[in-house]
Ligand binder design. Structure first.
Ligand SMILES: *Cc1c(COP(=O)(O)O)cnc(C)c1O
Length: 382
């Protein structure tokens, strides 16, 4: 094991009431899924985002898998998604036998390049999966116009972007379906967890059934049927009340968490701007019509070699900075699915030069200054 870093890349957020709510769930003697705290989390997401239905899930991966089941994908169906993303975005659809069609990203926001969508659509295309990288919205006007005109479903992977907005509307409210993550590395967490947001009400009943092992148990508890039974294929995608209780303690303080993250992000941006300009380092781009989620702070270095030297240099100072996303079309599995070098040139270039800086709720001002000063002293540009 490596020694713990003085300044880690991430540290899980705690707000203080997590244990109180977990104790409360235990006192209520309801620790399996869909109790009081799950309902409170679902309702908070529904009312805050104004979505018809939010369902807590065991992870964002599982919310994506539910989406693939809800779309009733058949082997050979095609799904367009970025190669520059976490493996689950693609795996969930591959599990249903669908063929991933990798789309390149824009060099500014690192979100999928919507101008390439039309050329990738075929009569087998069943879904487009925009990933709002770093919680900065994809070009949803263009994406939704194309998807609606061609009759293609949209599933937003909004793992990074809870409470961020595109042109005044929350991310996760554009596609028929959207997914959230509450993994330890995300802004709000319960260790492992997620949510499915359902904007197209036609999916609600099937989603409840898929999440409850293929049974109509949710309708039974609402008194809509007098016994519950197996009605279609499904699995178990609901988290324990203990996790929902933990999560509620964080969602309740969402403004405090987001304000703190905004301050950290802006401090990095302002302190590093002159240095970045001098060294030819690209800082994140946030279009003025996007209110971002302050999920991460990244640098695009001039070369792969400079990035590798910088990672080593920071590591020697006990600062943990990390790269992100080896392009999926070049991974072992991606190659088996037909991925080839040169297929997504912007992704291939930027993923080699991207570096994420330590960014977490409890990052102190002194530690952040230490990171900034270390960067300013780095001279391994080559
Ligand atoms: C974290 C992440 C996921 C997976 O989230 P889990 O809750 O860990 O399953 C999916 N997509 C993206 C873009 C992510 O960053």
């Amino acid at each position: 094991m490596n020694e713990p870093k003085k300044i880690p890349f991430n540290r899980a957020c705690f707000q203080g009431k997590e244990l109180v709510y977990i104790a409360n769930a235990i006192e209520n003697a309801h620790i399996s899924g869909d109790g009081k705290f799950t309902r409170m989390c679902n309702q908070l997401l529904e009312s805050e985002l104004d979505v018809p239905k939010a369902l807590l899930t065991t992870s964002c991966t599982h919310a994506l898998e539910m989406s693939a089941l809800l779309l009733d994908l058949q082997p050979g169906d095609e799904v367009i998604l970025p190669s520059f993303t976490f493996v689950s975005t693609v795996n969930a659809f591959v599990l249903r036998g669908a063929k991933p069609i990798f789309i390149d990203i824009r060099p500014d926001t690192l979100n999928l390049d919507e101008t390439q969508l039309e050329s990738l659509i075929t009569d087998r295309t069943k879904a487009i999966v925009p990933v709002h990288y770093a919680g900065v919205g994809c070009e949803m006007d263009a994406i939704m116009e194309i998807a609606n005109r061609r009759g293609i479903a949209v599933v937003e992977d909004n793992a990074h972007g809870l409470f961020a907005k595109y042109k005044g509307n929350y991310l996760g409210t554009f596609g028929g379906l959207a997914t959230q993550s509450f993994h330890e590395t995300k802004n709000f967490t319960c260790g492992e967890g997620g949510a499915l947001l359902i904007n197209d009400p036609a999916y609600i009943e099937a989603a409840e059934i898929i999440r409850e092992k293929g049974t109509n148990r949710s309708q039974f508890f609402r008194g809509q049927v007098d016994k519950y039974t197996w009605v279609k294929q499904g699995s178990s995608y609901l988290p324990s009340e203990l996790l929902a209780a933990f999560l509620y303690a964080q969602l309740e303080f969402r403004d405090r968490i987001q304000e703190t993250r905004q301050r950290i992000w802006e401090t990095y941006y302002e302190s590093l701007s002159p240095w970045a300009e001098k060294q030819g380092v690209q800082l994140p781009t946030v279009p003025e019509y996007c209110e971002q989620a302050y999920h991460m702070f990244y640098l695009i270095l001039p070369s792969l070699e400079a990035r590798q030297r910088l990672i080593k240099y920071l590591d020697d100072l006990s600062i943990n900075a990390v790269f992100h996303y080896v392009p999926l079309h070049l991974s072992g599995m991606g190659r088996l699915l037909g991925g080839e070098p040169g297929q997504c040139p912007v992704t291939e270039d930027l993923s080699e030069r991207l570096l994420r800086l330590p960014f977490y709720y409890e990052l102190t001002q002194a530690d952040q200054e230490f990171v900034v000063e270390a960067l300013e002293r780095f001279d391994g540009w080559g």
